[in-house]
Design a protein around this ligand. Structure first.
Ligand code: ZN
Length: 283
């Protein structure tokens, strides 16, 4: 066997193992019913009068309308995370437009108000921003994940063909739960340390910081304490925790954070409620 072939075999074995390990992790996480996961998150944010924004895949949302209603009633927000969890750069502009339109129609039918968008996998191509504008979204929460945008400290706009597009973009901090838990295998204490440090830095800028903490991980009994410690610390140092729409609207109308020192946006994507739907995505 040549060295090259051996290397490819090694890589594919390794990739196979990683995919298996990740699937096993998700299998264990999905043993906690999503109702419990959302209840754990809402209990924490409600106790601090904070809010959370959940970009949700529309075809998933359809499976649990009562749960979505519960989120909205708890003064939290739902946003669009595609109709299906597909990588937009891999589909045509027409298919992207179709997917976004189908998602909006679902939430309209469910009477769930949605003002924001985050593309699945935070993956955009050059067509996506104008399609987001065309669908009249107020804000986008995924363009801010690009390396050149992550460290920004205020809302920003996408500039195309010599003009700013209508919607607001938000920088997305790189400390995601999947990186901290799945990749780096941080403990609760380590996660808390890194997240609160990021909050301390954000306070200095008097700007906005946004985290993507997926409910499937942060809502688990063993990790929801991280969320509690994060919001507790933020509350002590003058952070405001509104929904994304509330933050954008306040900034537009008043130009500040309602008297708070800075703004922290807690967001978490809901890709699927059931392990069987997670597995379908791997195919
Ligand atoms: Zn997602």
């Amino acid at each position: 066997m040549s060295a090259g072939v051996a290397w490819i075999k090694h890589l594919s074995r390794r990739r196979g193992k990683e995919t298996f390990q990740q699937a096993f992790r998700m299998y264990r996480f999905h043993k906690t019913p999503f109702e419990q996961i959302i209840h754990n998150i809402l209990s924490v944010v409600e106790s601090y009068n904070a809010s959370y924004t959940f970009p949700t895949v529309a075809s998933t949302a359809l499976q649990k309308p009562d749960l979505l209603r519960k989120i909205v009633d708890a003064k939290c927000e739902i946003a669009v995370h595609g109709y299906q969890h597909v990588k937009y750069p891999l589909i045509s502009a027409e298919a992207q437009e179709n997917d976004m339109g189908k998602a909006l129609a679902v939430f309209r039918r469910m009477r769930i108000p949605v003002k924001g968008f985050r593309a699945p996998y935070n993956a955009y191509d050059s067509n996506t921003p104008s399609i987001v504008e065309k669908h009249r979204f107020l804000w986008d929460a995924g363009i801010g994940y690009a390396n050149e945008n992550r460290s920004k400290t205020d809302f920003f706009k996408v500039r195309q063909s010599g003009r700013d597009l209508d919607f607001f973009c938000i920088p997305l901090n790189g400390l995601s739960d999947d990186m901290m838990i799945d990749e780096l295998q941080y403990s609760v204490i380590e996660m808390t340390k890194h997240l609160t440090k990021a909050l301390d830095e954000a306070k200095k800028t008097k700007g906005v910081i946004m985290f993507d903490l997926h409910p499937i991980r942060i809502g688990q009994p063993q990790y929801v304490e991280v969320l509690d410690r994060l919001v507790s610390h933020g509350t002590k140092i003058g952070a405001w925790f509104p929904t994304v729409s509330e933050a954008v609207n306040t900034k537009i109308s008043k130009g500040d954070w309602k008297g708070y020192d800075f703004c922290c946006l807690l967001t978490g994507d809901v890709d699927n409620f059931h392990f069987s739907d997670y597995i379908k995505r791997l195919r």
